[in-house]
Ligand binder design. Structure first.
Ligand code: ADP
Length: 401
């Protein structure tokens, strides 16, 4: 049995998106990765950036970035070059959909992969890439435990009223439910709050995960009770290119009047909507929109802020009030403008932010007069996955011993 606590044990976390692959290599102990990397635009124009623990660029090994497997091979070759003595103890994967069965991370077996593959129709743009990442890592590290960590897991156990749609009940039975996503982020934020502000975690918290993907979650006494995302990663808030909440009548209009087929509608809803669509194609990126400061960008930002406020009211109502609002994700952690605009009309909710703290991206943003605490937690989905991988490697090695 290998000693997991030697400095040579490594834990790789993988987050495979449709055309991206984010990786982080963790040591046996500690929260800071030894190496992080991101492959983007995987395909003919693929790029890969790697950084060491000090934040300095690491030259990737030569190789091809036209597929996820290719990108992973380049990353692994680089890891082997930089850390020749390292042995990979476990690999953790972000998997968007765990269905009804998985409320916790799980050690990957062929049976688990088959279960996850059955869920592909529920998350067609993410699940196949997640599975491809698992397969690539299994081939690269034969015999090394692979752990799947699910974005849906945190929300399992939500009350029926938030888990269902008001359509014939047979759909619910068939798994057409409000699963909710971004669970790894909510898991991390909940853990951090329990550590730094346990009195808040014992109460009513709304977490706003505002990134390129965006959702919000009502967390009552540490448990998810409602979330803005539902059956797919399309629902709720507008996102970089995804539409967020939409009247299903609009889809019927696209089908009946425009005669679009499902792949055309999918393309519109997932890739041409959200901030990009609202801004008339200007950008899906909040930073670019803030800098543009024109009629198109205002349209997009105004709508984004409006929907966050609206969702916040709904989620607070579900819990009978709110003790804390927590921002995370790229926009939540960095955009002073968006946070200020969201909070400026929330006095009725006991929310008042201190503008200096907001300008500094401080951990606590609320003023001393604010009844509700407003905070930023820099989310770490990679760390949630790394911890699960470490735990699973421990279990695995015990079972082998
Ligand atoms: P993902 O969901 O892909 O992980 P992120 O959480 O990294 O995305 O969030 C990306 C979003 O955060 C982009 O819209 C980006 O413009 C925005 N963002 C990052 N930094 C800033 C900043 N300083 N000001 C405004 N928006 C920012």
């Amino acid at each position: 049995m290998k000693d997991l606590h030697t400095e040579n044990a490594g834990f790789l976390t993988l987050n495979a998106g449709s055309s991206s692959l984010k990786v982080a290599l963790f040591p046996a102990d500690g929260d800071e990765p030894l190496l992080t990397g991101q492959a983007d635009r995987i395909g003919p124009d693929g790029t890969l950036k790697l950084k060491d623990a000090a934040g300095d660029a690491v030259e990737p090994a030569p190789g091809d970035l036209t597929s996820h497997a290719g990108a992973l091979a380049v990353i692994i070759a680089t890891v082997k070059r930089v850390f020749p003595d390292l042995h990979m103890a476990a690999v953790g994967h972000r998997v968007v959909h765990g269905g009804l069965d998985h409320a916790e991370p799980v050690l990957v077996t062929e049976e688990v992969i088959a279960q996850l593959a059955d869920l592909e129709p529920f998350a067609p743009l993410h699940q196949p890439h997640n599975i491809a990442g698992i397969r690539a890592a299994m081939a690269a590290f034969p015999g090394v435990p692979q752990v799947a960590c699910f974005d849906t897991a945190f929300h399992r156990g939500q009350p029926f009223v938030n888990d269902t749609f008001a359509i014939p009940h047979r759909y619910y039975e068939a798994g057409v439910r409000r699963y909710g996503f971004h669970g790894l982020s909510y898991d991390y934020v909940t853990g951090e709050l329990a550590r730094i502000a346990p009195h808040l975690m014992a109460g009513r918290v709304v977490v706003a995960h505002l990134g390129n993907g965006a959702s919000m979650c009502a967390i009552y006494r540490g448990k998810s009770v409602a979330s803005s995302m539902g059956f797919s990663a399309l629902d709720g808030l507008p996102m970089g290119t995804r539409c967020g909440q939409i009247d299903p009548g609009v889809l019927l209009y696209m089908l009946d009047r425009e005669h679009l087929d499902t792949s055309q509608i999918r393309q519109i809803l997932y890739n041409e909507s959200g901030l990009l669509g609202l801004s008339g194609g200007l950008s899906n990126d909040m930073r670019t929109l803030e800098q543009a400061d024109n009629a198109q960008s205002h349209r997009a930002i105004d709508y984004f802020v409006f929907r966050v406020q609206r969702e916040l009211g709904a989620l607070a109502a579900v819990m009978g009030g709110i003790d804390a609002l927590v921002f995370c994700g790229g926009i939540g952690e960095n955009s002073r403008v968006v946070r200020r605009r969201i909070c400026e009309r929330l006095g009725w909710m006991g929310i008042e932010i201190d503008h200096n703290r907001n300008a500094e991206n401080a951990t606590v943003l609320s003023s001393e007069f604010s009844r509700t605490t407003v905070m930023i937690v820099n989310t770490r989905e990679d760390l949630v996955i790394a911890r699960a991988a470490r735990a699973a490697a421990g279990i695995f090695e015990e079972a082998e011993a």
